[in-house]
Ligand binder design. Structure first.
Ligand code: ADP
Length: 364
């Protein structure tokens, strides 16, 4: 968007007279990026490959008038602003076209250079404003959808552990033995852990969504060690072995917090979704940096993800398994964070076969 603003406007000029095309190009080549078409057919071909902000066309052309051509163009390419060049006597014929919204402006022939410049300037400004408005509208629609999902999730994921704790508190008051007290205590701990994880995920969501990127040099050996350290005790407790493999012979620049959030989410899933009865639980964390990009893999030999669930795995609040009481936000956050870094994430998994998440990130 900002590039478009700085760049010269892209203008398509359509006229059946070659001399006019040549003189248009000669007059405006320094002001606009000029595309020329000698006929409506040529214009249609050009529009398949280019996206001009403005189309200027002669009204009188053989086989099709400029207005008829605009009518056709508008069906498939509604975005460019359409400007018509007309001889004095044709003005009457334009009323209909103007009223139907086929054209943005008309300019009388012979054209005056400054008038063309001013019309193109206005049209380009409208074009950008419209584009910005559409973009904001898209963001707003998406934000509304997220809000709906939030309300649903908050009512479910925050209320149900709270209701659980309330019920347990009632049982606790009537506990008959220390054994029962311990049992109820464990249940409260598990509910509070669920709540805490949910809130931590929501905080991550806001950090990633609203935060600016902070780019610095990343040493993967250190970063992966740090992340492994966060889960070391849990992995020891669950008898999971975790191997780190790194090859990095060049500088890699990225946002450390974003990388941390993403890899931490993937590692936490690799731990959560192990096969509980597997005596040989394994996780591999690897990073390979070369030619300005990093490939990061988080691989486990856990329960895997069925192919039917994989297309939805990055949706907000989507869960494919009830093995762990997750919030369904982790992978959504990870994907959103990776989008910010211009990175892509792929999944290689099958039910019962373990899972590998592979991320490809360009250095900034
Ligand atoms: P959650 O908090 O539920 O783990 P995520 O967004 O992190 O939310 O993951 C979404 C779902 O994807 C999980 O509920 C789980 O079903 C599945 N999933 C994610 N990672 C793995 C994995 N490594 N192995 C198996 N299933 C996974």
């Amino acid at each position: 968007m900002s590039e478009n603003r700085i760049a010269k406007p892209l203008v398509l000029y359509v006229d059946d007279e070659r001399n006019n095309l040549m003189s248009f190009k000669a007059s405006f080549r320094l002001d606009f990026e000029v595309l020329l078409a000698n006929s409506p057919d040529e214009a249609f071909e050009i529009l398949k490959k280019h996206k001009p902000q403005v189309i200027i066309s002669d009204y009188r052309m053989p086989f099709m008038t400029g207005v008829e051509m605009f009518e056709k163009i508008r069906l498939n390419y509604p975005e460019p602003f359409r400007v018509l060049l007309t001889a004095y006597g044709d003005v009457e014929a334009l009323t209909d076209a103007i009223n139907k919204g086929q054209i943005f402006r008309y300019i009388k022939k012979p054209w005056i250079e400054d008038e063309i410049r001013s019309v193109v300037k206005d049209a380009t400004e409208y074009y950008h404003t419209k584009w910005l408005l559409e973009e904001k509208n898209r963001e707003l629609t998406e934000a509304y959808k997220e809000l709906d999902r939030f309300v649903y999730s908050v009512s479910h994921d925050l209320r149900s552990p709270l209701m659980g704790i309330l019920a347990i508190a009632g049982f606790l008051q009537k506990a008959n033995s220390m054994e029962e007290v311990h049992e109820f205590g464990d249940m409260i701990t598990s509910n509070v852990t669920r709540l805490d994880e949910f809130i931590a995920n929501l905080l991550e969501y806001y950090k990633v969504k609203r935060g600016e990127l902070t780019i610095s040099s990343v040493r993967f050996e250190k970063l992966l060690d740090e992340i492994k350290g966060i889960y070391a005790i849990e992995m020891l407790d669950k008898k999971i072995s975790c191997e780190i493999k790194v090859t990095q012979n060049e500088e890699f620049r990225s946002d450390k917090l974003v990388l941390l959030i993403v890899i931490q989410n993937l590692l936490s899933n690799a731990i959560k979704y192990q096969k509980l009865d597997n005596p040989d639980k394994q996780i591999e964390l690897s990073a390979h940096v070369s030619k300005g990009e990093a490939i990061i893999t988080v691989k486990d030999n856990g329960i895997g993800i069925g192919k039917e669930f994989q297309p939805r795995i990055f949706e907000m609040f989507f869960r494919a398994s009830s093995q762990a009481m997750g919030s369904g936000i982790g992978l959504y956050n990870a994907k959103m964070a990776l989008n910010k870094l211009g990175a892509e994430i792929k999944i290689d998994s099958d039910a019962g076969q373990g899972t590998a998440f592979v991320i490809r990130i360009p250095s900034k």
